[in-house]
Design a protein around this ligand. Structure first.
Ligand code: MLT
Length: 211
């Protein structure tokens, strides 16, 4: 569906009032369909909002431009993060949903981290699969205890371990409540990612209900 949006996207209404809306952000070469199943597995009943990245790299959709593997065009990262934030705000009023929890993989996780830092009120939190630092000099963000789960791969050939750790530290310094786990896997998603994501969402939801 593309109504009134520069993004191609899919929206699936949820059927559980206590399940948080998810913003699903695919990796390089993916599209709006990629993470729908993952979203339904980690948070059954959640409304799912899944845009397709608007940048094309050799025909592969992405959420921002890069100059080389792991070297980002940071001006574009900033611009695209704000553009994505506007899309989310529009979708929230169109569908009547709360601020979503971003669930991003690889390039999608990187734009989710950038969006948190650029426009903190858009997201309620994030699960970042195989993320790295998207901005070397981010603005001073106030993340006010927003929950963030960072899941990294010990043998990830794309995301160096120190870069993932630097991202976790950057988000913590901005006030997020970060849980960074390092799994014995590479860049691809694993069953462990899904299980951890599912447990984390359930625990985070329970904490929000209790507090
Ligand atoms: C990126 O470009 O965002 C990261 O290097 C991950 C990737 O998409 O390969």
């Amino acid at each position: 569906m593309t109504a009134k949006s520069p993004f191609i996207y899919r929206f699936e209404a949820g059927n559980r009032a206590d399940a948080p809306p998810l913003l699903l952000l695919h990796g390089t070469g993916g599209d709006e369909n990629d993470l729908l199943q993952l979203g339904a597995m980690i948070s059954p009943g959640s409304p799912l909002l899944a845009p397709r990245g608007r940048v094309l790299e050799s025909g592969m959709p992405r959420f921002f431009r890069r100059l080389a593997e792991g070297v980002f065009d940071e001006e574009d990262v900033r611009h695209r993060a704000l553009e994505l934030g506007e899309f989310v705000q529009g979708a929230r009023s169109r569908y009547g949903i709360d601020a979503p929890l971003a669930v991003g993989y690889s390039n999608g996780a990187n734009i989710a981290a950038a969006l948190m830092l650029m426009d903190p009120h858009v997201l309620s939190g994030a699960i970042l699969f195989r993320a790295m630092v998207p901005l070397t000099d981010p603005p001073d963000a106030q993340l006010d205890g927003k929950p963030v789960l960072v899941l990294s791969g010990q043998q990830d050939p794309i995301v160096p371990a120190d870069n993932a750790a630097a991202l976790a530290a950057m988000l913590s310094a901005a006030g997020a409540k970060v849980d960074h786990r390092i799994l014995p896997v590479g860049h691809q998603l694993s069953q462990a990612d899904i299980a951890l994501g599912r447990t984390w969402i359930a625990e985070t939801r329970n904490q929000a209900t209790v507090s």
